[in-house]
Design a protein around this ligand. Structure first.
Ligand code: T46
Length: 143
C-alpha cells in the first residue's frame, strides 16, 4: 500500500517582469505522468473541501494564488499532518491511500492540482466515509 505525503520546492524563473514557473512532467518535482489537471476557486469562507481518500492516486497540489491548509491522515494511528500551501512555488505531493481535508482558504485562493489518473465520474475510486477509510487501511496492512 502506498501512503506518502511530502512538500516539493518548484523552481520559478524570475526577472524584472515577474515570475514564470515551468513544470516539466517526469522531473523530480512531479514524479509521475500527469493525466489530469484541475483547479478550484471561488471557495466561500469557512468551506472545507476534500474529506476523502483515494484508493490509488498520485497528485501534486499547488496554491497558485492565496493560501490554504491541507490536513493529511494516514489512518494508522499516526497524528495527522497539516501543511500550509501559501506560495505558488510550493507543491504538496500526496500519493496513495491518504485521507485529505483542505480548509482555511483565504479569499480568492486558486488551488491547482495535477493528477496521474483520469477521473471516472460514474465510479470514482475514492472513499468518502472516514470509518470505511480506516477499515481499508487496516485491511491493506493485513495483506
Ligand atoms: C483531492 C482534492 C485536492 C470531476 O468531474 N473531475 C475531477 O477531476 C474532480 C477532481 C472532480 N470532479 C467533480 C466531482 C464532484 O462533482 O467535481 C466535483 C467536486 O469534486 P470533489 O468534491 O472531489 O472536490 P474536492 O475539492 O473535495 O477534492 C478534490 C479532488 O477530488 C481530490 O482528489 O485530492 O481536490
Amino acid at each position: 500500500m502506498i501512503q506518502n505525503v511530502y512538500e516539493v520546492q518548484l523552481n520559478p524563473v524570475g526577472d524584472d517582469r515577474g515570475y514564470l514557473l515551468p513544470i516539466e512532467i517526469g522531473r523530480k518535482e512531479v514524479p509521475f505522468d500527469v493525466k489530469r489537471v484541475y483547479y478550484m476557486y471561488g471557495i466561500p469562507d469557512m468551506k472545507g473541501r476534500g474529506q476523502h481518500a483515494h484508493l490509488d492516486l498520485r497528485q501534486i497540489l499547488i496554491c497558485v494564488h492565496g493560501s490554504c491548509r491541507v490536513m493529511c491522515d494516514y489512518g494508522d494511528g499516526r497524528a495527522a499532518e497539516s501543511y500550509i500551501l501559501d506560495r505558488p512555488d510550493k507543491g504538496l505531493v500526496i500519493e496513495g491511500l491518504v485521507w485529505r481535508e483542505m480548509g482555511d482558504f483565504t479569499p480568492g485562493t486558486v488551488l491547482l492540482v495535477l493528477a496521474d489518473e483520469h477521473y471516472d465520474v460514474a465510479a470514482p475510486k475514492e472513499i468518502r466515509d472516514y470509518q470505511a477509510f480506516l477499515r481499508k487501511v487496516n485491511e491493506e496492512k493485513m495483506k
